[in-house]
Every structure is written in C-alpha cells, then in structure tokens.
Design a binder for this molecule. Structure first.
Ligand code: FES
Length: 319
C-alpha cells in the first residue's frame, strides 16, 4: 500500500555528521588532558562545524520554502485509491489548511526537538563544566616567596621546603636545593634545583651530610613555613629508587635518568627570593653563576628534551 500523505516520515536520512560531531567532542576531551591549548580547540572547531551541519541536515525539512510546499498541497482532484478509514490504521495527520504555510505537525516536531535540545543543553553544560573546570583552576606555578636574601648564605646549599599552593596544604609541599652563587654583573645569582628525579620522579637526596640542627624557618604566605636545612652535597645528588646519580649542578652522571635535574626560575622582589616556574634541563656546562644551562619547557619524568629520542615523546601531559 502506498504511504498516505500524513504518514510521510519526517526523520532525516542517515548522515555522517553525528559521527564527525562525536569525533570533535572526543578530540576536546583528549585535548583537555594532553594539550588544552592546541588539541582541545581543534576538537571544538570540529564539533562546532559538524554540529552545525548536523543541525542543518536534521532541520532541512522544516526550512522548505513555501514554493516547495505548494505542489504537495495541490492534490489530484480524483484520488486513484479510496481513502483509508480511520479505524483501519493510525489516524493520518490532517492536511494543511489552504494558505497554511507551516503545517502544525512539523511545527510540533520542530518545537519538541528544539525544546529537547535546550533542556539537554541546560542539563549537560553545567554538569560538564563542574566536572572539567575544577581540574584547571588553581593549577600552574604561582610565585612563592622563599624569604629574604640574607636567609641564603653565599656558597651554601639549603634543602628548602615550601608550599607551592599554600591554600591546599601539605599536598603542595615541594623541595628544592638552593645555593646562593653570589652576584653576577651586579645581580644576585642562585642555583635552584628541583628534587624531582628525571627518571620516574622520585625525590632525589643530597649525597653528603645534612645539618638538621641548623634548620631555619621563614613564615610564608598564609602562615605556611618555608624551611631551610643546610646540606653539603659534595657528591651531588642521588636517587634512592633506581640509583640515578647527578653532580652538584644536577647533570646526570649515572643510572637511568634521561636528563639533568629540573630547575626553577627565580626573581628578587623587595629583597626576597621569589620562586618562579620550573623548567627542564638537558645538561649544564660550567658551574655556579658561570653555568650555561640548556633549558627546555618543563617535561615529565623520563622524557627526553633534546636529541633524536625526544621524537618518541611527542605528547607532553599537562603539569
Ligand atoms: S626514579 Fe630516580 S632513578 Fe628511578
């Protein structure tokens, strides 16, 4: 039996646009983890383009010009088949009234779909926002006041413990090995080495005596204390996990680490040493204030930052 006019399906045909839209959303989610500044925006662009095409495709039935609808209204005067009585099947949708530009059935379909989309958006967007946004708030490396310069005697190493995010408490406690190198061209010079091993991230230790009886403190932000413990790392630094060894400039000398120890940027503000962002180092030539530091963007433990090996670590997870 020929489908009656009122039974004509209004659903759009099969389309690849939803798949493209889903790929865009997947790209956004992956990008949020591996590269929020490049891959996530690319995913957003893909999702927007395919979402627009999908919506356009799904609603094209409703966007017909009146001229395109008119012929359908001009039914033949003498139907070739007798009409089906209402009791023999589903009730057919009523024919558009003469002069009716937009059939009620389509209006109801479009408004139901539109309302569903609005409700879906109202429910989904806040939930996704509350799930994703907190992971990006309060991240990064804010400046940390490590105390006045006189707390750092020239030429001495201090095992310095501080709070990267004082408001979060002990989970943000970090340790750096700091040496005041004196002045260079009239400016203070410091060596600030991270204690994170360049193999798998274990905390490295000074290869030499530590003097806890000479510990000093400085009251930092939110009353959190910065602690200084003098040390004499004559043998450099060593990692207890797998035996990685570094010299006193942080250069790898033995074991599985793939590069030198990371370092921190620093600045002097109002006579205080202020810690900045960490960065990675392939190796250091020279020592102290005359050292030439081969610096790179911060990489994860185990990641090469130079040489041909770095091509095997193309994706840098966010820190
Ligand atoms: S984590 Fe330091 S040597 Fe393995």
């Amino acid at each position: 039996m020929e489908p009656q006019h009122g039974d004509r399906p209004h659903l759009p045909g099969p389309s690849l646009y939803p798949i493209g839209f889903a790929a865009g959303v997947a790209c956004i989610l992956v990008g949020l983890i591996v590269n929020p500044t490049l891959i996530a925006p690319i995913g957003a662009v893909i999702a927007i383009i395919f979402g627009f095409l999908w919506a356009r495709d799904a609603t094209k039935d409703y966007r017909q010009e009146p001229a395109a609808i008119e012929p359908e209204r001009r039914e033949p005067a003498a139907p070739t088949a007798p009409p089906i009585p209402a009791h023999q099947g589903e009730a057919a949708m009523p024919e558009p009234e003469p002069g009716e530009r937009f059939p009620r059935s389509k209006f109801l379909e479009a408004s139901t779909l539109g309302l569903g989309a609005v409700i879906g958006g109202l429910v989904t967007v806040p939930v996704v926002g509350f799930m994703v946004v907190p992971a990006f708030k309060g991240q990064g490396y804010p400046d940390v006041d490590l105390g006045p310069l006189e707390n750092f005697p020239e030429g001495k190493w201090l095992v310095t413990t501080f709070y990267q995010h004082p408001e979060t408490g002990n989970v943000s406690r970090r340790t750096a090995y700091i040496r005041n190198n004196g002045s260079l061209n009239g400016k203070p010079s410091f060596t600030i080495i991270s204690n994170r091993c360049a193999h798998l991230g274990c905390p490295v230790q000074p290869n030499g005596p530590v003097q806890p009886d000479q510990t000093k403190f400085f009251k930092g932000e939110l009353g959190k204390r910065v602690r200084y413990v003098p040390a004499i790392p004559a043998g450099g630094f060593g990692c207890p996990c797998h035996g990685g060894q570094y010299d006193s400039e942080g250069n790898r000398t033995a074991g599985p680490p793939v590069r030198a120890l990371d370092r921190y940027e620093f600045s002097i503000i109002n006579g205080h040493l202020v810690l900045g962002k960490p960065f990675s180092v392939s190796h250091v030539d020279g020592t102290g204030k005359n050292a030439e530091i081969h610096a790179y963007k911060l990489a994860g433990p185990g990641q090469h930052v130079d040489g041909w090996q770095q091509v095997f670590y193309p994706i840098q997870p966010p820190h």
